[in-house]
Write a protein that binds this ligand. Structure first.
Ligand code: ATP
Length: 479
């Protein structure tokens, strides 16, 4: 049994026709029932799937034939016992004595456990840049339109990661909107892609508000990112100069110390959109579904490229790979590593993780990420900056009256998020008490009432810092 995962029935039909040669091919689809694949003529009166399978199962009816099944994912999804049992018995017969194939064509991969070992999943790949060019040219010719080379080139980049069907759909839309193809068509393509990202439910487009100045400290990391941004912003020039495409960075370390903040700032520095990949939502119920989600997400991110793809809490997705990891997790991990290794698109990956000890070592090998940084608890210089940033954000006029050095001395072991919390609480208390301005005393009292991160998780923090030192990761902070 072959399961072709594709949105594009027409394209799949074309391919099947090419490879089937003179074989007799039958098709079942929800609208017409059992038909001849080539002529689409109905073969039996009863249009139900069960009737068709029943007929073909008897007397080796399927021998020397191919059966294409369309519109059946609903039956599989609902675990229709009769359909699954019929398919299973046919699969067993094929494996034992028949020369036949069953080919399921569906935009969704749903394979019930009972059929798992009989099924091979094939992906109908997205067209590559050359294929896209041909598609666009063909479409323009059909419509009697001309598109200049530069626009075709830009479109062939912009359409990457979309299916043939989606591309034609967008070309139609662009033409209907503007009457001809212009550079404006490109922004339409971009808008549509944003829609697709929303619909995917796995990727999220994150709005960018934070700037590099909003991060207190992490100077080494910021400097490294600024250098990469120079490459990323003039990628064509850099490539012509012989510079490799930046791949990405892994930022590991203590919670609440600015990893997520850095992801947002990076997209801002690179002047590209930020996509967040929710690993929790990747995991699907059915065989192959998680892999398909991953493939789709990567393809979608590549359509938005240049972009920053942020994978949060990486360890949650790939924890236990070396021990108790399920088969699916291992496969997903392999898929991700291969992509990281081979990717040539301007998709800069920022992976963030709290606990690096749970991550598989393959991930840390050279060639996957350009660099690995660890972010520790902020040192005194950094705490000073973090206080300044958060006081300035909310009470800019009070900043000069605050004795920051006193606060810095009292907050050893506090994370950036702790410090932000302290400032927030102090301001709220000041307001509640009816005081006109924020004072050092209010902040000191909020500090006294806050348990710092290192107080709460001292042991695991010590263990983590030791681990980072041993592995010689780069320190995100200066000094
Ligand atoms: P987690 O692992 O829990 O997701 P994180 O390291 O990603 O943590 P962030 O979400 O970046 O932490 O930090 C939480 C909040 O704390 C930030 O939104 C920011 O307001 C504040 N913060 C943390 N670190 C810094 C910093 N270095 N400079 C300024 N603000 C900071």
């Amino acid at each position: 049994m072959i399961y072709i995962n594709s949105f594009e029935e027409a394209k799949t039909d074309r391919i099947i026709k090419e490879v089937m040669g003179r074989h007799e091919v039958l098709e079942w689809n929800g609208a017409a029932g059992l038909v001849d694949f080539r002529t689409k003529k109905p073969l039996i009166k009863d249009r139900s799937l069960v009737a068709a399978l029943d007929l073909l199962r008897k007397d080796k009816e399927l021998d020397e034939k191919k059966l294409i099944l369309k519109d059946i994912s609903g039956y599989l999804e609902d675990s229709d016992k009769q359909v699954i049992a019929l398919l299973k018995s046919m699969a067993i017969e094929i494996s034992q004595e028949l020369d036949a194939n069953i080919i399921i064509v569906s935009s969704k991969v749903v394979i019930p456990r009972e059929l798992e070992k009989f099924v091979t999943v094939l992906e109908n790949d997205y067209p590559d840049q050359n294929e896209i060019k041909k598609l666009v040219q063909g479409f323009a010719e059909e419509q009697g339109e001309t598109i200049n080379d530069e626009l075709i080139e830009a479109m062939s980049m912009a359409f990457k990661g979309l299916t043939e069907f989606e591309i034609i759909d967008l070309l139609n839309l662009a033409l209907a909107n503007e009457g001809r193809f212009t550079r404006g068509s490109l922004s339409l393509i971009f808008d549509q892609k944003q829609q697709m990202i929303k619909k995917s439910g796995i990727l999220e487009m994150i709005p960018l508000k934070e700037k590099a100045e909003d991060i207190g400290g992490l100077e080494n990391l910021k400097e490294w990112l600024k250098r990469k941004s120079r490459v990323f912003k003039s990628i064509n020039k850099a490539a012509a100069f012989g510079v490799d495409m930046p791949k990405g960075v892994l930022i590991a370390g203590v919670p609440g110390c600015g990893k997520s903040l850095t992801a947002k700032v990076t997209a801002q520095l690179f002047e590209v959109p930020l996509l967040r990949l929710d690993m929790g939502k990747i995991m699907g119920k059915y065989v192959g579904e998680s892999e398909e989600n991953m493939r789709r997400s990567i393809a979608l991110a590549e359509t938005i490229a240049p972009c920053v793809l942020w994978i949060d809490e990486l360890e949650k997705a790939f924890a236990g790979i070396n021990g108790s990891g399920s088969e699916v997790t291992v496969r997903l991990f392999g898929q991700f590593l291969t992509w990281m290794q081979e990717k040539t698109s301007p998709t800069f990956v920022i992976a963030t993780a709290n606990d690096i000890t749970k991550l598989p070592p393959e991930l840390m090998r050279k060639g996957r990420f350009d660099e690995i940084f660890f972010v520790g608890l902020p040192n005194s210089n950094e705490r000073q900056k973090i206080f300044e940033i958060h006081i300035k954000k909310r009470r800019p006029n009070d900043l000069n009256n605050i004795r920051i050095y006193e606060l810095v001395n009292k907050t050893e072991g506090y994370s950036g998020a702790d410090i932000e919390g302290v400032v927030r609480d102090a301001i709220e208390n000041t307001f509640s008490d009816g005081e006109p301005a924020l004072t050092t005393e209010y902040i000191l009292s909020a500090i006294n009432e806050t348990h710092s991160l290192s107080e709460i998780m001292k042991e695991s923090l010590d263990k983590l810092s030791e681990e980072y030192k041993n592995r010689k990761f780069k320190n995100a902070s200066e000094g």
